[in-house]
Write a protein that binds this ligand. Structure first.
Ligand code: NDP
Length: 323
């Protein structure tokens, strides 16, 4: 079987930037884009409507367009792309083996850039109304006719929640933001935007207890965290915006993860706990989680891998040598 220099797993900003740098470094990288990790190929940017903070786009750019441009740029160079999920990264021998749904390769290095996905809430009614009023992606689902001119709710108080609530006001009659604390966690500019939007009503210090309805969602029960009082809100849509979970399952038990599943990297680098395996983007970053930082880490991971290859690739079995 072919032994590759670098296999990059992912298709978000970290992955395409790593591919661009590795290809320009003449390493002929292989990219497994994934089809289901994080919900969809292209990662979370594909579900972000307006990106106003990626330098070089003074007029803003949509998330899907930004990803499309990144991919197009990487593909101008010598890369091999497989549109499939990686099922296993076998780290028990070296070169490592990467098994996809249709293609398998040995590889000298791996860059994990599998991103993260939006968390869901296991409230009563979640399973019943998932896809029938409940969603974790306003940008994907908000424009559906079902939600038009209806009252909707977003749960969360971070940037995602503010962004989703603002986006939904284009279609909804009104949007409730259900926030468990007495303040928002979002950046100041996003806070201002939702506070100034007449279609958004922020309900602070409340959690959601359950989702109710018939065939589709009709209402939610929210609880005041201080008094314990509950109230029913008539809404046709409920959108979770409560943070993210890293897509690190394929390397769980093989490289070091932190308590919440993020891949640990050596400070200031993209080196993981295993030689020749690197991590970039949201799968290893719970602090910044931005498209631009993911792209930066993608660049770092390709440079780290390139340097590591030049120092180690002559060795027959790195795992044995290191142990
Ligand atoms: P955050 O972790 O920042 O916010 C999650 C929010 O959900 C918090 O308000 C949190 O409450 C709340 N929450 C979590 N769990 C629950 C629960 N079980 N019940 C009720 N509420 C809950 O995640 P985001 O996805 O908003 O943002 C992640 C990162 O991405 C951030 O760095 C953000 O800046 C960035 N981002 C930037 C955007 C932009 O610049 N355009 C857009 C979107 C995200 P609490 O505060 O109480 O913990």
């Amino acid at each position: 079987m072919d032994i590759k220099n670098i296999i990059i797993i992912g298709s978000g900003p970290a992955a395409w930037t790593a591919a661009l740098y590795a290809a320009r470094g003449e390493l002929k990288p292989v990219v497994f884009t994934g089809v289901k990790s994080g919900g969809q190929r292209g990662g979370q940017l594909t579900t972000t409507f307006e990106v106003e903070n990626f330098p070089g786009f003074p007029l803003g750019v949509t998330g899907p367009e930004l990803i499309r441009l990144m991919e197009e740029q990487a593909r101008k160079f010598n890369i091999e792309v497989y549109e499939e999920d990686v099922l296993e990264v076998d780290t028990t021998s070296y070169p490592y083996a990467v098994r996809g749904t249709s293609n398998n390769f040995f590889t000298k290095t791996v860059i994990i850039a599998t991103g993260a996905y939006a968390k869901k809430m296991e409230i009563p009614g979640h399973t019943e109304f998932w896809g029938k009023g409940i969603s974790a992606c306003a940008v994907c689902d908000g424009a559906l006719p079902f939600f038009r001119n209806q009252p909707l709710a977003v749960i969360g108080g971070g940037d995602s929640a503010c962004e989703e609530a603002s986006f939904l006001t284009k279609y909804a009659s009104m949007v409730y933001m259900i926030v468990r604390k007495d303040h928002l966690r979002a950046s100041k500019i996003m806070q201002e935007r939702v506070k100034e939007n007449p279609k958004i009503k922020i309900i602070f210090s409340h959690t959601i207890e359950k989702a109710m309805g018939g065939i589709t969602l009709e209402s939610i029960l929210v609880k005041d965290v201080n008094s314990g009082e509950t109230q029913k809100l008539a809404v046709r849509g409920l959108f979770y915006a409560i943070g993210h979970q890293p897509n690190s399952e394929i390397v769980k038990g093989k490289i070091e993860l932190d308590a919440t599943g993020y891949i640990k990297v050596k400070k200031g680098t993209t080196h993981t706990s295993l030689e020749g395996i690197f991590a970039a983007g949201d799968v290893s970053d719970k602090r910044y989680r931005q498209a631009i930082t993911a792209a930066g880490m993608g660049c770092m991971s390709a440079l780290d891998a390139e340097k590591w290859l030049s120092e180690n690739s002559h060795k027959e079995n790195i795992l044995i040598e290191k142990s």
